[in-house]
Design a binder for this molecule. Structure first.
Ligand SMILES: [Zn+2]
Length: 54
């Protein structure tokens, strides 16, 4: 899972100019609606933020 998360981080950071077709108001990574944080035009839930910081 570590590799996947690092790939997601890179994607997440580099993705500024890309509009995701699957974009919605859920967490960008897991789709959770809980404890979302808005970051660079995306929503990320707290649990994914914790993973990104790990
Ligand atoms: Zn999430």
């Amino acid at each position: 899972m570590d590799l996947d998360i690092k790939d997601l981080i890179k994607f997440f950071i580099d993705e500024d100019n890309i509009i995701l077709r699957s974009y919605n108001t859920g967490c960008q990574f897991c789709g959770s609606e809980n404890n979302k944080i808005y970051y660079k035009d995306k929503f990320v839930c707290e649990s994914c933020i914790e993973k990104l910081r790990a």
